[in-house]
Design a protein. Sequence first.
Length: 354
Amino acid sequence: MNKEITKNILEAAVMAPSGDNVQPWDIRMSENFRQIDLYNLPDKDNSYYNYQQAASYIAHGAVIENILIAAGHLGCHAEYQLFPDATDDTYVASITLSPAEAQADPLYSAIFERCTDRFQYKRTEVTNEVLEALSNSVKNIDTASVSLVNQKDKINQLANELMVNDRIVFERKDIHAFLFDKIRWNKKQIEETKDGMPIGVLGLSFIEKMAFPLFRFWWYVKTANVFGLSKIIGLKCWWSCRNTSLLGMISIQGNDKVAFVQGGRAMQRVWLETTVQGFAMQPIIGLTLLINRLKQDKLDDFSEKHRQFVSRAAESLPELFGVSEQETLTMGFRAGSVKKERVRTQRRNDFKGL
Ligand SMILES: Cc1cc2nc3c(=O)[nH]c(=O)nc-3n(C[C@H](O)[C@H](O)[C@H](O)COP(=O)(O)O)c2cc1C
């Protein structure tokens, strides 16, 4: 295989999103450039959300999808096998490449444009063609489906449920600590780590940006919560969800590691298609991961209040999105219009074998 093409494929692979941009992967290329091995790095994400590596496996699904799209576009046939070694949960996929005729794919350029946009969106009309394109984008993944809601009254009802995660982040010390550990405050940190989230991607207004450095101190957040800080954070998410053109939910059959990888592939396809259609997107995955933990009775040491928040969302989201109770909610999201250029997160491009 051509070294240059395989390098381009790997550059596309690492553009995948991951929880707080932890990039929990190790990508190895074989000597003849014919096989890519994808490994999970469990220590990269020890957050409460990453129960049984669900969040990391979703990210791996996005890496795999990027590889498949880039390979087809650049003239390779790619075949993948998930968890090829039954004794090793960290060996997520082996992908075999062989030469083929290039098939132009509009999703390819979207791989490099896609980003998380946490700013407020403008509500614009979503045409039936766009809705259809988004629904069709996951058609090649049998076990995945996407539900879309663009009616104002339903969006308002959903906003009430989707807001709870952001509030919980500011009410639980461990979740708060993980988030703030992944925030990059200046250029030097961004360049040195090439992971995490620059402060500019958090969707903060000028005033919020001034106050935010104080929020990294738990004692400050705890005190400010007495005066309603966490509730205000939740309300900001509620407002963002209300003022959006579209809310969506990607769901998948099953809830094992294969299901989460396939859910991640579906996430990436919907996100790339949303980008092609000219919409900005923010995933709301923290909440779906908490719902998954609740369903397995693993919301350990959650307060009664937080358990109730998650339980309520677990009951109403499937109903409002029209998803069967048996399916696993993988990723909620909001999409809408924005015009601004966005700050970008970085990636580590340290491929083994190239
Ligand atoms: C499994 C997973 C969970 C995520 N959860 C959230 C979330 O709950 N809220 C959010 O704003 N972004 C979330 N993100 C987006 C990541 O923070 C984002 O992809 C990462 O920082 C890289 O930035 P980029 O998407 O702009 O490339 C999630 C991404 C993944 C893959």
